[in-house]
Design a protein around this ligand. Sequence first.
Ligand code: KIV
Ligand code: ZN
Length: 516
Amino acid sequence: MSPVIKIFDTTLRDGEQSPGASMNIEEKIKIAKQLEKLGVDIIEAGFAASSPGDFEAIDRISQIIAQSTVCSLSRAIEKDILSAANALKKAKFKRIHTFIATSPIHMEYKLKMKPDEVIKHAANAVAYAKSMVDDVQFSCEDACRSDIGFLKEILQAVMEAGATTLNLPDTVGYVLPHEMGKIISEIAEFVNNKAVLSVHCHNDLGLAVANSIYGVQNGARQVECTINGLGERAGNTALEEVVMILKTRKELFNGLDTKIKTQEIYPSSKLVADITGIRPQPNKAIVGQNAFAHESGIHQDGILKNPETYEIMKPQDVGIIQTGSLVMGKHSGRAAFREKIKALGFSVNEEELQNAFVRFKALCDSKKQVFDDDIRAILNEETTHIPQIFSLELTQVSASSSGKYCAALSIKRDGIEYSDCALGNGSVDSILKGIDRISGIKGNLKDYRVEALSSGKDALAKVVVKVEFEEGKPAIIGHGTHIDTMSATAKAYVAALNSYLSMKDLIRDKTGTMNL
Ligand code: KIV
Ligand code: ZN
């Protein structure tokens, strides 16, 4: 039995279904690179047949990632499998992940197929995938509500067709840990090490991590998960929790461990939260803002005497670094800035460093002290290369005596500056209307969030917007940071617009083939 638990990350596939908005391909590449740095074994980069955007993201990620296996999901349909194989062509290590539903309710109402037909489809799909790649994973969708005898039959057929990993998802987050343990142990005995058994749990009842752990204790050797537990509805198994459970309580797992570099957990969590605009709750295990904060006097006293009195993990082990010793302000030079970037875990090229340094200096003029999160925000913006079709030059908002707000904006396109103004019911409304007037593209604001990146009255504002530019297509995420909240709003909206224009023809329909 392998002592290694494989970590299969599906942030870019199952996780991407959650923000209610599409990530840009450049953002997906950034996340994939961080996942590789984190040491995940398999990166599920998307579902190639679902949209040209997913196909292109998998293709681009395949060309960049060299350590992890890159995987595409596909239904048990030839055209999906061919699309997955084509998207993965350039990957050093590649896997096709095909699936079909196996529960009575799914087979009868969704697939409208008899169990025998489902087995035939599954075996044919796996054999077809196997004719193109060696590494084939098969999933029984809604496995935990399926008949166990039927699961054995279909798994036998797909193993004979060449599947090397067998995944048993709790698609609707239904089972309790002891039930998951029972299913996995019975299937593990049946499979008898002829394939790797995998668990994939959803968190509808808050049990995704517990169920995954029970799966491991009963024979699963792959865990499917997402950063921050991102995912549709209540989300998927949180990668950081599973990994830290296995590490912290290793005496209970007979030497089983993952290859995850745990110090990369926090940077990965931050990156995914920044890109999706979905922050983990403050009390979220491992990566929440308060996960290592000790408020009570008794706890603080204990921690000072011996951290192990109240800490079962060290913050440094998950990559929470106190770089406070390196205080950044207007007197900090390029060398200190470079050191800070390194300490924050970013690797930048000279051009990115130069641009970030110029912005850092400008920030120092408007802010007494610049915090790590401020620098992180600058670096995230400077290292995400979305084509800047529109660039914002000026935002000014004033309140008029009529109770309306008036925004004056200047935006450049192809070197030409266009200026206009618009009236709105509030400053945000007036800004977005003004941008719509200049660009000629009307966006529909679906979500708007603003947060202060650090403490203090002069904190940098970060705005995340989700904007629908075309009816029936998912919204697009845009980010903007600025010392002034309204300027951050305008930047975020223009960023969403640029992101939309750069991948306009690649976005899937909301009602398209992502309907599994
Ligand atoms: O939850 C699920 O069943 C899935 C499968 C497609 C693996 O995500
Ligand atoms: Zn899922």
